[in-house]
Ligand binder design. Structure first.
Ligand code: SF4
Ligand code: SF4
Length: 488
């Protein structure tokens, strides 16, 4: 897009380039650009896209590396398995990611947007590449837009949108595989869509949403919808590294060699390559996604006109003004502290997530039962395993006094693979020993050891019972009739 060229538009600070005055969408055709940042971004994009495609195929501990198993309500993450009851960990994960983003933004601005955001990756490195391949460079694309609907244009449009739809469907299927796994997805695909209508509807919706977003809506998502773009001004300051134009060096812009002119030759190359249609020389703007295309474009021009590179560069606003730049600022300390805190809590919490679990709860009803010869407390043990093999739990009491015994789980309890079982455990003491030893409510530790794996889990419960003197009183009472009888 070059200002003044047919089909071009001059960016300004009072309106969004991609929205026409009547509110309609202005189609941008960013020019091709090459350079060190473009190359580096392409490599980063390929790596991230490869990870996205390959993750569902990589198996760890019998599950895909990242698998949100909706049917079983389990989440497998790099060998760890989380159940719905582990959902609270998501709070630390999401807030940790949020603070990481705050931290990175305050240091490097919108590095995330330009280099790693999935939306940018798919738009710039997949869909725009397809468009470039079919419709040609920016000039050819603008020309095609203005051309009448002859057979050549219709053919190109049909091929391009057909490929867009196909790619969108592939991306949607990969997305679904994170929730249903590749084998299950493959079995779905072999059957009628009506057999798994829910999954089919999700894929169809995502396909159409992707097609709409990447074939038409494009950069408007970043400019209008993305909340991250809106809050960046609150996260950055004059010491944040952004992409900026060195006004002192570049102005007054003009032809090379003209009287008093700065280094900017006003070639508009930085504007032509911008995927959001802004002019970086107007200063830092909300639409800038930090893609560095203008840096590469201007560096190439500077090389041609034999001037030093870096007229448009990564720098802070203070740096661009020639002032001292601070890296360590209060906000960096605050974000790092919150990040470290969240990461520590998450790290600690993850050590508490086992692939087996045991929960002990007192049975409803009476807190204890008194028989003619014993005092009993009944507990329900919920044993579950996230493993792919049957797991045997042996149950005992840890450091319990010898007069307190457990029954109900002798010989161990075997739980099916990825299963759950509830058993009753009775803690009891004989009446004689109870009268002798019991001194009030006491804490008891129920311990399970699971095989395979040997994971030990301990849960504390309370052993309750009546005042032992009650038995003595009862005994006295029961003896009384005999005494009376003997007196008679
Ligand atoms: S590419 Fe560089 S020289 Fe050309 S207009 Fe942009 S800032 Fe000026
Ligand atoms: S101004 Fe430069 S860095 Fe910002 S979006 Fe445009 S080309 Fe990318």
């Amino acid at each position: 897009m070059s200002a003044g060229a047919p089909g071009a538009k001059k960016p300004n600070l009072t309106s969004v380039t991609t929205i026409n005055e009547d509110g309609s969408h202005f189609t941008l055709h960013p020019a091709d650009v090459g350079g060190r940042f473009t190359l580096a971004r392409r490599v980063v994009a390929l790596v991230i896209l490869a990870v996205y495609v390959l993750l569902p195929w990589i198996t760890i501990n019998g599950h895909p590396a990242v698998f949100l198993d909706v049917a079983e309500r389990r989440f497998h993450l790099f060998g760890l398995t989380f159940l719905a009851r582990d959902l609270w960990l998501g709070f630390f994960l999401i807030s940790g990611l949020g603070f990481s983003l705050f931290f990175i933004t305050s240091l490097f601005g919108r590095l995330w947007c330009g280099w790693t955001c999935p939306y940018t990756l798919f738009l710039e490195h997949v869909y725009r590449r397809i468009e470039r391949w079919i419709d040609g460079d920016a000039t050819a694309r603008r020309k095609l837009d203005r051309a009448p609907w002859d057979s050549a244009k219709i053919t190109k449009r049909v091929i391009k949108h057909g490929i867009y739809l196909l790619v969108s469907a592939i991306v949607a299927h990969i997305f679904l595989s994170y929730f249903v796994s590749i084998p299950r997805l493959y079995s779905y695909m072999k059957e009628s869509p009506l057999e798994h209508f829910g999954a089919f509807a999700v894929v169809a919706f995502i396909t159409l949403a992707l097609y709409f977003a990447f074939s038409w809506f494009r950069e408007q998502f970043c400019i209008i919808l993305c909340p991250y773009g809106r809050i960046q001004s609150a996260l950055t300051d004059d010491d944040t590294t952004v992409i900026g134009y060195d006004e002192d060096r570049g102005e007054p812009r003009g032809k090379k060699g003209s009287e008093g002119a700065g280094d900017c030759i006003n070639c508009n190359r930085c504007v032509q390559v911008c995927p959001t249609g802004i002019d970086i020389r107007n200063g830092l703007q909300m639409e800038c996604i930090g893609c560095a295309a203008c840096v590469d474009a201007c560096d190439a021009i500077m090389e041609k006109v034999d001037r030093p590179k870096g007229l448009v560069r990564y720098d802070s606003l203070n740096g661009l003004r020639g002032q001292r730049r601070r890296i360590l600022r209060p906000r960096i300390f605050v974000y790092s502290l919150m990040l470290a805190l969240g990461a520590s809590v998450l790290g600690f919490a993850l050590t508490k997530v086992h692939d087996v679990d045991m929960v002990a709860t007192r049975m409803r009803g009476m807190p204890y039962f008194v028989d003619t010869d014993a005092v009993r407390n009944q507990f329900q043990l919920r044993l579950l395993t996230k493993r792919n093999v049957p797991t045997t739990f042996t149950v005992d009491l840890k450091d319990a006094p010898s007069w307190l015994r457990a029954s109900g789980c002798e010989g161990g309890v075997t739980v099916d693979a990825q299963g759950e079982q509830q058993v009753t455990l009775v803690l009891f003491a004989s009446k004689e020993e109870y009268i002798e030893e019991y001194t009030g409510s006491m804490e008891v530790t129920i311990r399970t050891k699971s095989e395979p794996g040997g994971t030990v889990i301990e849960r504390k419960v309370e052993f309750l019972g009546p005042d032992p003197r009650m038995f003595q009183d009862l005994e006295t009472e029961s003896k009384k009739p005999d005494e009376n009888t003997s007196q008679k």
